[in-house]
Design a protein around this ligand. Structure first.
Ligand code: SF4
Ligand code: SF4
Length: 525
């Protein structure tokens, strides 16, 4: 390894054949007065000055708490912008705020962005903040990819105006560490859509099972969508392990078997220090052996700790990672895997999909989600809401006629809302996604109102908010019963139109005012 720090950009690093290391930097709530030496700046500078670190990645208010935004820190490191990834989440800003932020990043020369939906806010001044989630990760990816292609906006006289193209290098996350098929498959399907939407690299969420990490690579290869995958390593402590094990931190999984090892080694004289460091170093070695593009290390407060773990990872003999791979298999009994197990390698077998899963696709069981209401909704949609078929033209004619009458259209809206509130818990958003979500209302049943697939926060089938089943697991059950689960890879990205709130969604559908209307130009995906 050269003694000089790399000059390569994140794009060059992740797209090269050489393995590199990334380091996580978390900012803070509160600030350092300008006259004081800035701890975060010194921390980031120390990392970037070292030849072992390829890039740093700065988080965006993780855990749902407010912190200094990542571009503040990146702005203090003007010579290193190519080596910085900024996280951008959808929890605190609507689409206009996100677009403005993206223009600011582009103007500052900050091109590497990890696009995330973000955690539900957990705190805030005077009480917990309301999460925004006007877009989710998929919607934001498509927005930023459109900026890369030259965003077309209405000009002053209404004619289309193409803005200068940005050069974002967009990344996305996905969680393979879901216990149930009904959680994992929607994660995988959404990942494929994220790549189609513009993601050029992937980082899996946190877990400690190397077979599961590798499934992401197997999935992308099986679908012909290979992009660089970054291995994610978080240095555990007993406290952090307990928190991950409790399921309280969205998307971070420590199984009971790993927790048992954590308890055992924490009882030693060094309180588990060597075990935790070795585990992290071995994970990095396995990622390198498996052909991941990088190993990304987080949960560390001192630059020396990064260097110590990377040195340890680099000190192993070339084939040692194969042994480590079999050691770091902290999955949970009964956990779902998409690829069949190969006992020889300890990994999934690339050419063999889980046979039980394949069988279940042929003969799907009827889950409790396949209710009478669902079946009736499908029939009603076929008869009355399918463009050009059944009652479509009649209903379109009726709604065209009553549209100019405030009384008649008001009555029709009132009736529609009563029926949909009773049947689906409708919140009267006016831009209905029932047909996109297997006749479940995303506003009534998903804490982030997500219309484009799951966030990464579910735990054992439950929502990140821990008050209900994950909405998208329920959608999956319904679609799978009708042999339609794969449609989750092809759904168009939905952007809710806030202009339609508290108006009749039926009128908006029949009169082509909502997101289901035929588009003149090619839409995202
Ligand atoms: S998506 Fe909107 S219109 Fe449809 S049921 Fe939910 S709130 Fe009502
Ligand atoms: S219901 Fe599922 S997709 Fe929605 S916020 Fe909860 S975990 Fe995320």
């Amino acid at each position: 390894m050269s003694a000089e720090p790399t000059q390569a950009s994140v794009r060059e690093l992740l797209q090269s054949a050489d393995f590199c290391y990334g380091a996580e930097v978390v900012t803070t709530r509160g600030f350092t007065p300008p006259e004081d030496p800035n701890h975060y700046r010194q921390f980031a500078e120390a990392l970037l000055a070292d030849s072992r670190i390829g890039y740093i990645s700065i988080t965006d208010s993780p855990g749902g708490a407010p912190m200094i935004p990542p571009d503040w820190l990146a702005g203090l490191l003007p010579d290193q912008r190519r080596r910085i990834v900024l996280h951008l989440t959808c929890k605190d800003m609507n689409r206009n705020g996100l677009e403005s932020t993206a223009w600011r990043y582009a103007s500052m020369g900050l091109e590497n962005v990890l696009v995330l939906t973000g955690d539900l806010p957990t705190t805030g001044f005077g009480g917990a903040a309301r999460g925004v989630f006007d877009l989710d990760s998929l919607g934001l990816l498509r927005l930023m990819q459109s900026m890369n292609e030259g965003l077309v906006i209405p000009g002053r006289r209404g004619e289309p105006q193409k803005l200068p193209a940005t050069h974002f290098f967009l990344g996305c996350a996905a969680s393979p560490f879901k216990f149930y098929e009904r959680e994992l498959m929607p994660q995988y399907f959404k990942l494929l859509r994220k790549i189609k939407a513009g993601a050029r690299w992937v980082i899996p969420q946190l877990g400690y099972d190397m077979r599961k990490f590798n499934e992401i690579k197997l999935l992308l290869a099986a679908r012909g969508m290979e992009v660089p995958v970054v291995g994610n390593v978080y240095l555990l402590t007993k406290t952090v392990a307990k928190m991950f094990n409790s399921g309280k931190l969205a998307g971070c999984v420590v199984s009971d078997s790993l927790m048992a090892d954590v308890e055992k080694y924490s009882a030693g004289a060094d309180k588990g220090r060597s075990f935790f460091r070795e585990l992290a170093a071995k994970q990095l070695a396995v990622f390198k052996g498996l052909g991941f593009a990088a190993g990304y290390l987080g949960g560390i407060a001192k630059p020396e700790t990064f260097f110590e773990i990377i040195d340890m990872a680099e000190s192993y003999a070339p084939g040692d990672w194969r042994t480590f791979l079999k050691e770091i298999r902290y999955d949970r009994p009964g956990e779902f895997f998409l690829f069949d197990h190969d006992p020889e390698t300890g990994l999934g077998e690339p050419s063999r999909i889980n046979p039980d899963y394949l069988e279940s696709l042929k003969h799907p069981k009827r889950s409790k989600q396949v209710t009478l209401g669902y079946r009736v909704s499908r029939t009603v949609h076929d008869v009355a809401f399918t463009r050009g078929k059944g009652l479509w033209n009649v209903m379109r004619g009726v709604y065209s006629r009553i549209d100019n009458s405030r009384l008649m259209s008001g009555m029709a809206h009132w009736l529609e809302h009563q029926a949909k509130q009773l049947g689906y818990g409708c919140q009267d958003c006016g831009d209905c996604s029932l047909p996109d979500c297997a006749y479940l209302c995303p506003l009534a049943s998903c804490s982030k109102g997500s219309r484009n697939g799951p966030c990464g926060g579910s735990c054992d089938g439950e929502c990140e908010a821990r008050d209900k089943e994950c909405f998208w697991a329920r959608v999956y059950d319904r679609l799978k019963y009708y042999g339609e689960s794969e449609s989750m890879t092809e759904m168009p990205i939905i952007y809710y139109n806030a202009d339609l709130e508290h108006t009749s969604s039926w009128a908006n559908t029949y009169l082509d005012r909502d997101h289901s209307a035929p588009k003149e130009e090619a839409k995202p995906e």
